[in-house]
Design a protein around this ligand. Structure first.
Ligand SMILES: [Zn+2]
Length: 249
């Protein structure tokens, strides 16, 4: 019995020792992000946007250090988004027992997720060589590979972990420096599925619907929806046709 306890104790200590550097790194990244000035973050976000080579078709909601008193989620969709009939409208996300999306008349300057103000960042997009179609780039390492200036700007905020800092800044729903697409809040672009894709078709025309909004549950309510991912889809031909999907990680 006592040897078993000893084995467990040793295992627990080994696990703790393995986790300490990870937790320290995570805390360092979060502290660095919290200490960054608004102009430092804005410079980083502009450099990320500049890595795209063709017009963007959506946004990632990036972190800022601004907060407001709005307890819910209020997300104005940038007016300039092409072929996106919901551009210029504002979505309110309400939570009771469930999560509901609705369009409202409010027109806040910036999106806010549970009191945290976000900066809509244009998803860098590129032309593929084969088909000539556009493809979105979401991975922070791709942005870093495309811009030395970006790496320098990130190192100014967090010298040891530029890539992890960028992951953290672009994953509003996550609390680590790991890049997880399912921790991203997005407007348009393409869905990061928590499980197998559940594409939606319009009930009127039968065509594949477009992603309007993707929100990690943690950005809506950290306690109740921490494992959920919420999606809103709409038809570009029939913008009033909307469907929401929930997936759990
Ligand atoms: Zn339709």
């Amino acid at each position: 019995m006592s040897s078993l306890v000893l084995v467990f104790a040793v295992l627990a200590i080994l696990l703790a020792v393995a986790l300490i550097p990870f937790n320290l790194r995570q805390r360092r990244i979060m502290r660095a992000a919290a200490a960054a000035s608004a102009s430092q973050l804005e410079h980083i976000y502009q450099l990320v946007e500049r890595t795209g080579s063709i017009a963007s078709n959506g946004y990632i909601l990036a972190r800022t250090n601004e907060t407001n008193d709005n307890p819910g989620c209020l997300i104005p969709i940038p007016a300039g988004l092409p072929d996106f009939p919901w551009a210029g409208k504002t979505i309110e996300v309400t939570r009771t027992d469930d999560v509901a999306f609705r369009f409202v008349d409010a027109a806040p300057a910036q999106p806010s997720l549970s009191g945290k103000v976000c900066r809509p960042l244009q998803v860098p997009r590129h032309q593929t060589t084969g088909t000539g179609q556009g493809r979105n780039a979401f991975a922070p390492e791709k942005y870093l590979a495309a811009s030395e200036e970006l790496e320098a700007a990130l190192k100014q905020v967090c010298p040891g972990h530029p890539k992890e800092l960028l992951s953290y800044l672009l994953c509003a729903g996550g609390e680590s420096g790991e890049f997880e697409p399912i921790d991203q809040a997005r407007i348009g672009a393409s869905a990061a599925w928590a499980q197998s894709p559940k594409h939606q078709d319009c009930d009127v025309c039968g065509k594949r619907m477009t992603l309007v909004l993707q929100l990690p549950g943690t950005t809506i309510d950290r306690k109740h929806f921490h494992s959920g991912m919420f999606y809103l889809f709409g038809c570009v031909r029939h913008p009033e046709q909307l469907k929401s999907v929930v997936q759990h990680t």
